[in-house]
Design a binder for this molecule. Sequence first.
Ligand code: LER
Ligand code: MN
Length: 269
Amino acid sequence: MKSAITVCLVPEAKFGPFVFHDGLADGCARAARFGFDAVEIFPPAANAIDIAELQSLLDHHGLKVAAIGTGAGWVLHKYSLTSPDAENRRKAREFISAIIDLAGGFGAPAILGSMQGRYDAPVAREQALGWLAEALDELGEQAAQHHVPFLYEPLNRYETNLFNRQRDAANFLRSLRTRNVKLLCDLFHMAIEEADLAATLEVCGPLVGHVHFADSNRRAIGMGHTQVAPIIESLRAIGYTGYLSAEILPLPDADTAAIQTMESVRALS
Ligand code: LER
Ligand code: MN
């Protein structure tokens, strides 16, 4: 399994679960210094990334892009794929679509997390899931053109009411026309929602496309109470060779969180 660490380029997400917040150059330099294979980037929008600059930073530091998040579409614009407003949903798709092409150019998947939104009266659950399915079918096939999956992330109950558990989301993904949407299993959300994290990962098997490597309190693995050894065993058992990506709070500070994550990755995987 490969290691990655998050670099946030959105000042409005300063208190979000991201480790580095001081720009791409700083984030890449520190990711490489602490021994990570890749960076996971949270940009304000696709066109905020200078492709040549990012490529040269990756080449210089021997890094890859693990994934690119789309959550700024929600944080900055309140775009959501399940908004009752058709124009908002269209803008949400457009925002995500541009990030799929950006990430695809680096051989990386885009992530659907907070932009999945949530439903509320008068929108019924079936209607919201219909909009979500339609968007995932389209965005999944777009990602396939880059030979990467599109990642759907179940979130805990305080962040969405669409899917909170991996198994439910897996069944939903199996019902889509596209076969190219995979699960992003965030161990923080799973610690809130799942009865048994390791067993859940094993059941989801080949649908596991990416892992957010976070402890129960959203700190670096080893700083909370999640039992991570059986989780790694399950990931091995299902043949997972993707990233363990530290989408965590920079506590007690960013460098300590990075070092602790890397120690856990080395000890476990
Ligand atoms: C995004 O990856 C995520 O986990 C969300 O909780 C961000 O709010
Ligand atoms: Mn996450």
